[in-house]
Design a protein around this ligand. Structure first.
Ligand code: PMP
Length: 286
């Protein structure tokens, strides 16, 4: 069965799901997106993802056609059309087709695209044994250039960082901010545990306010784990007891090595495993 893609409320076979080559989403990365998962037929944190999509759009002066309720319905219809109960959903809103100049005011037809498919971001063994990271020389966007809080279609600096990771044999790379502090990874937020305290960079470190990040902070609170949203450096990861990443696609995944240094005992840590279990229980409704 061909994958069905929803464009502007209409379902198309993957082969026929097309938009204009004059779309500024393609020409300039002018647009916004979301990535989310559905578990047992329910889209996890759907409202939060829709809120963030609308906030990203507002920040780039893009009006999303239709309401959040209509978008939610279209997401569920796309999942159903693909007979998916457990899958990954990509929501994209482009500026629409315009002329060969930057001017977004000359684009009048924003395209709303919904793709539902399976995703396996990292190899399954990494979830058991943990990931190895390298620090990329490409830094996260300077917030005054393009705020990392906007989930825009402009991911080129993250892609350059990802290429650095892949060249070093790692499936993820750590990105620092313009001050040299830890920001996040190319597609995930980062956490460390030191002396029993769970730490993650604050939003103003120049990161995406990850929805999984917020869920994990809440789970930590419920499990009486001390939390601190505080800036830290690569050194803090070297001397941490544990490290892990969070993301809608990645879920919660342990990190056991950074730039060749084993983190803690070099195996997924106790707090990490506790939070992975709590996360699984939450999403699978256990
Ligand atoms: N940081 C970046 C750069 C991302 O692209 C993502 C999403 N893939 C995340 C963090 C994680 O965010 P979320 O938990 O909302 O998926």
């Amino acid at each position: 069965m061909s994958i069905k893609v929803c464009i502007n409320g209409q379902l198309f076979d993957k082969e026929d799901a097309k938009i204009s080559v004059f779309d500024h989403g393609l020409l300039y990365g002018d647009g916004v997106f979301e990535g989310m998962r559905s578990y047992s037929g329910r889209v996890f944190q759907l409202q939060q993802h829709l809120d963030r999509l609308w906030e990203s759009a507002r920040a780039i002066h893009l009006e999303i056609p239709g309401s959040k309720q209509q978008m939610a319905t279209a997401v569920n219809e796309t999942l159903a059309a693909n007979q998916l109960t457990d899958g990954y959903i990509r929501l994209i809103v482009t500026r629409g087709s315009g002329t060969l100049g930057l001017d977004p005011n000359r684009c009048s037809d924003p395209q709303v695209i919904i793709i539902a498919d399976k995703i396996a971001l990292y190899p399954p063994e990494n979830y058991e044994q943990g990931l190895e990271l390298v620090t990329a020389s490409t830094i996260r966007n300077h917030p005054a250039a393009l705020s990392p809080r906007i989930k825009s279609l402009n991911y080129l600096n993250n892609i350059l960082a990802k290429l650095e990771g892949l060249r070093a044999g790692c499936v993820e790379a750590l990105m620092l901010n313009h001050k040299g502090e830890v920001a996040e990874c190319t597609g995930d937020n980062i956490f460390i545990v030191r002396r029993g305290v769970l730490m993650t960079p604050p939003i103003d470190a120049g990161i995406l306010e990850g929805i999984t990040r917020n869920v994990v902070l809440e789970l930590a609170q419920q499990n009486s784990i001390a939390i601190s949203e505080i800036p830290f450096t690569r050194h803090d990861i070297f001397v941490a007891d544990e490290c892990f990443l969070t993301g809608s696609a990645a879920e919660v995944i342990p990190v056991v090595k950074l730039d060749g240094r084993p983190i803690g005992a070099g195996v997924p840590g106790k707090v990490t495993n506790q939070l992975i279990e709590a996360f699984k229980k939450l999403v699978h409704g256990g």
